[in-house]
Design a binder for this molecule. Structure first.
Ligand SMILES: [Zn+2]
Length: 401
């Protein structure tokens, strides 16, 4: 598959600036563009004409502004570019085709990992991309790139993932996933962490609105405990950050963690640790059978309901209160979004932890806690949006105003 260099790379810096501003505002008048871009009216006019001529931007005559005069507004042509979003979790993989602003046009159902190798997954992605483009009659030069999110830790610069703690299967140790995809598909690849993609996905859904005064965190409770933090102009990331919350120590000399330290948060509330803590009380299920994970978590939730005051329950809650409470103290996010299978199947663990954080930690009453559905659509659109950041550093459409 040969992808031509997407048009956006051919734009000059001034055109990119204007294009980016229109993207961020969604719809903006020429006067406002002049105001926010610090360029002369005639230059903005020329740049706009050029973008319209290239079919990247659409001009629409609006009836009137506040002074009653008609004016022209500019929006991004939704047919200007398309983005592909894909993800690989510890248990599933999937891919979708999105519009420029991350709306999903088409997507595959999540495929549950059996014994697939990295090459199997890459071949599957390639086949699905070809199908998407054929069905939707999209020429390859309109595809800006493929954003893929994977579990940490990752080396973002080199595009390498390694499943140090939670292995997908024996074929997934250290994987140069970006090179594999680029060689097979021939398209620019952006790689990011699953939790960052989930945060982008929530912004795309409109469930959080990020502007110059807001900040938000995403906390994932699943095989591991991951975190992403957004503050205006900066998504705090890096291969090391996303996994750090799960490996903060909540009990000195606690149980041995997969990372080699003792007493990490993940020894209390990752899927594997919950299951192994409760194993002797679970109905006998094959431990390695991934189909059984949700059943096991549901059983754990039933046990929790029956034994709300059990030592295990209180210990687990306490570990979350310490780690997440301190995280909130340090970063002061205005919104804390949480998702993952532990949230879905053991809600009482998370709800009790949040209640105790509110009661015991002196945190602002304005902090909003919000549940997220960590699902196929969230990860596909969130992963797609990571491409925008790579291409013109505008992952999140938030107004400057
Ligand atoms: Zn650890």
């Amino acid at each position: 598959m040969i992808f031509n260099l997407a048009k956006i790379d051919d734009l000059n810096i001034s055109e990119k600036t204007i294009f980016k501003a229109i993207y961020q505002y969604k719809s903006i008048s020429r006067n406002d563009l002049v105001k926010y871009s610090n360029q002369t009216p005639s230059r903005v006019y020329r740049l706009l004409n050029s973008l319209v001529d290239q079919d990247l931007v659409i001009e629409t005559k609006e009836k009137h502004n506040s002074s009653g005069r008609p004016f022209i507004s500019y929006t991004i042509n939704p047919d200007s570019f398309y983005i592909l979003g894909a993800y690989i979790t510890w248990d599933f993989f999937s891919i979708g085709l999105c519009t420029f602003d991350g709306k999903i046009l088409d997507a595959t159902e999540p495929i549950r990992f059996q014994q697939e190798t990295p090459q199997d997954v890459v071949t599957y992605f390639k086949r699905e991309i070809e199908r998407f483009l054929e069905v939707h009659e999209i020429p390859t030069e309109k595809v800006l790139g493929l954003g893929i999110s994977v579990p940490g830790p990752i080396n973002q610069d080199k595009g390498i993932m390694w499943n140090e703690y939670h292995k997908i299967n024996e074929h997934w140790n250290i994987i140069p996933i970006r090179d594999l995809l680029e060689i097979e598909i021939g398209i620019p690849i952006t790689i990011d962490n699953l939790v960052n993609a989930a945060l982008f996905g929530e912004v795309q859904r409109g469930s959080i609105s990020l502007n110059s005064n807001t900040s938000a965190a995403y906390i994932l409770f699943d095989r591991g405990v991951g975190s992403a933090f957004f503050t205006p102009g900066l998504l705090t990331k890096g291969q090391e950050f996303s996994g750090q919350l799960g490996h903060t120590i909540v009990k000195l000399d606690g149980n041995r963690c997969v990372c080699g330290k003792n007493g990490c948060l993940e020894t209390y509330i990752s899927i594997n640790s919950l299951i192994s803590r409760m194993k002797n009380r679970l109905v006998n299920l094959k431990g390695e059978d991934k189909m059984a994970v949700s059943t096991q978590l549901q059983q754990i939730e039933m046990m929790v309901e029956d034994n709300v005051n059990s030592l295990d329950f209180q210990e687990i809650v306490q570990s979350v209160v310490i780690a997440l409470g301190n995280f909130i103290h340090l970063f002061q996010p205005e919104t804390v979004i949480y998702g993952g299978r532990i949230v879905d199947f053991c809600p009482s663990l998370i709800m009790e932890s949040i209640d105790q954080i509110k009661q015991k930690m002196d945190i602002s009453k304005n902090i909003q806690f919000r549940k997220s559905s960590f699902d196929n659509n969230l990860l596909i659109s969130g992963s797609a949006i990571t491409v925008l950041e790579e291409n013109f550093h505008v992952s999140i459409p938030f107004p400057y105003k």
